[in-house]
Design a protein around this ligand. Sequence first.
Ligand code: TMP
Length: 226
Amino acid sequence: MSGIFITFEGPDASGKTTQIGFLREYLEKEKISFILTREPGGTEIGDQIRSVLLDRKNEGMLPVTEALLYAASRAQLVGEVIRPALQDGYIVISDRFLDSSIAYQGFGRKLGEIVQTVNAPAVDGVRPDLTFLLKTEPSVMRQRRAASEEDRMEAQKEAFHREVLQGYLKLAADEPERIRVIDGERPAEEIAEEIRICVKELYKKRTGKMQKTDGDGTAPDCPSVP
Ligand code: TMP
């Protein structure tokens, strides 16, 4: 596949949406084709699954049901949107992907390996080229969300969110080449610049294009770009 697959991961309220917005502005300015999607959802069917997953009425949902529904939404998204776009050479940016299921259902719900198993047919070999993990402590997350209404997942106990963060950090330690950990508590503009540098590097490596330099004639480095 000729496209580039970039994912954003992190605990709830880690600033993913803000950062995706900055990256979107940058790619538009550079006139680079991309598509933006999110999980759960991103398709008509996936958005219906999202409503079931996040509805606070569904507090009795079993962990395994939850894992299967996230995988079902992902299967539809990969087949309908992500794979075709990558085959057409687009940059695909997704707000969450498989790592979310491993962190939330694998670690948070303690389902472990089952999560990989049920997701194998959903991702069907599609794997992100680069993942930004916005590391944010659960206490910061609570402050950021103070005034807003919580969905079923956000309303989980702090211990659950702590497990999720630990799960993410374990994933990042296992795959340092792909997963770039960013301190999500730094100023948003600083984080956006770090992300732009990494995306530029990856794009340049893959396409040989966008040889722009930053002022002093040298392109800044992003050591973890695969
Ligand atoms: P969002 O708030 O980033 O849109 O994500 C919705 C919630 O779903 C969020 O609390 C994280 C959770 N989630 C999982 O538990 N497993 C998954 O596989 C995905 C994609 C999201």
